[in-house]
Ligand binder design. Structure first.
Ligand SMILES: *Cc1c(COP(=O)(O)O)cnc(C)c1O
Length: 428
């Protein structure tokens, strides 16, 4: 085995992986456009956008330039008592492209932290307003909000991958994952349990937190915008803040710039991350409205958070370049075209016995199987097919860079079909 791969195997943890018995990993030498190039020269079409983030693909001249330029003036300064134009410009853009009520921006270094900040905002809001019993969150089963402790406490207790921590986590409430599908109406019975939980527990609930329209890493569920409208109504009725986690869905992935636009429902607090820098650096932001700010600061309090790398200029400058690139591109047509192709091509999988359901929205395609995949086997098969796809549990899914060509997308969806057919034929 390659020396560096051997070192990797012995010393480096990978996400959700064993240190002592790790699965093989691929050594990536470089990445260009939609392609990841491996050490042996093999090129893979990236179906994952490096977990939702690389929407423009890799090695993008405009983004490279933005970082290089920023590097020569300043790579970082602390944000306490100081500010700079990369952060100011980025905040301007974020305020501009989100709903007009979302006008205050808190920068942090990762999606999970932006969720922690959102939760603190909600808790401090009620604390300052003397609603001292409002300390719990209501979220959805199949939800995923990150890996830090606050975020873990609102992830699905089972599929959220954090069941080991159950006893030490803040005990929150969970409503069923929405079953009304995108494009269908949400009946009263679809929201009945959610309503029941709110009705019984609203005195103790600070906020509802959920991923609008598409639940990502907790189950790749795509649901009706109607559900959000009903949630919003209930939150208003019971004086509960609404937090949308758009870390995966933000910046065009679902066909709208933000997924909440499908429903026209505006949250009190919005978390964005992942694609914000086009996948170049780790950065996230929590946006909120005047009501939350005034609530938090009632009684002379202030928001208690301040990461060392808050508003990092390199990350902000590449985010500015990435957002300009996105907004000046025909992103909507690109995502619509990906959606059409995913819909047509992945539908073919539905005829296979092993396939339970195919779901597509925007530049997201999900094939849910009747049984869990063999990750080690399937990863190797995808590499053989010349694509990079990383399934989890029984979900084989893709969210390619928006710049993928029709031919490349065809190759990706064919690979999905071929590998699933092969998997079906394997002995169980
Ligand atoms: C990835 C993700 C997070 C966590 O973001 P990190 O940058 O990995 O900390 C939170 N919520 C959602 C919906 C995500 O997809």
């Amino acid at each position: 085995m390659n020396n560096s791969l051997n070192f990797d195997k012995q010393h480096i943890w990978h996400p959700y992986a064993s240190m002592q018995n790790p699965l093989d990993v691929e050594l990536v030498k470089s990445a260009h456009g939609v392609y990841l190039e491996l050490e042996d020269g093999k090129k893979l079409i990236d179906g994952m956008s490096s977990w939702w983030s690389a929407i423009h693909g890799y090695n993008v001249p405009e983004l490279n330039q933005a970082i290089t330029n920023q590097l020569t003036s300043m790579s970082h300064v602390m944000f306490g008592g100081l500010t700079h134009s990369p952060a100011i410009n980025l905040a301007k853009t974020l305020v501009d492209i989100t709903d007009k009520t979302l006008e205050h921006v808190f920068f942090s270094d990762s999606g999970s932290v932006s969720v922690e900040v959102a939760m603190k905002m909600a808790l401090q809001y009620h604390h300052s307003l003397k609603n001292i019993k409002k300390t719990k969150f209501l979220s959805l089963k199949k939800g995923y909000h990150g890996d830090t402790f606050g975020a873990m406490s609102v992830c699905d207790p089972v599929t959220g991958m954090h069941s080991i921590f159950q006893d030490v986590l803040h005990q929150n409430l969970f409503a069923p994952s929405p079953t009304c599908k995108y494009g269908e109406e949400c009946k009263n019975e679809d929201i009945a349990e959610f309503r029941e939980i709110l009705k019984t527990n609203h005195h103790n609930i600070a906020a509802v937190i959920l991923e609008p329209i598409v639940q990502g890493a907790g189950g790749m569920n795509i649901y009706s915008p109607d559900f959000l409208k009903k949630v919003k109504k209930l939150c208003d009725e019971f004086d509960i803040l609404l937090i949308f986690d758009e870390i995966a869905t933000g910046f065009g992935r679902t066909g709208k710039l933000f997924a909440y636009e499908h429903a026209g429902v505006i949250p009190d607090i919005l978390c964005v991350g992942k694609a914000i820098t086009g996948g170049y650096m780790s950065l996230a932001a929590t946006l909120t409205n005047k009501k939350v700010v005034q609530g938090v600061e009632a009684d002379g309090n202030i928001l208690m958070h301040g990461p060392t790398f808050m508003g990092n200029p390199l990350a902000c400058s590449v985010a500015n370049a990435s957002l300009q690139l996105l907004l000046n591109s025909p992103w909507q047509e690109r995502v619509d075209s990906i959606q059409k192709n995913l819909h047509v091509e992945l539908k073919k999988c539905e005829k296979l016995e092993i396939v339970k359901e195919v779901r597509t929205l925007g530049a997201i395609g999900v094939v849910e199987l009747n049984r869990n995949v063999d990750l080690a086997w399937m990863s190797k098969e995808f590499v053989k097919e010349g694509v990079w796809v990383r399934p989890f549990l029984n979900l084989v899914y893709i969210m390619p860079p928006f710049i993928i060509s029709e031919d490349e997308l065809k190759k990706l969806t064919s690979a999905l079909y071929n590998v699933i057919v092969k998997f079906e034929q394997l002995p169980k």
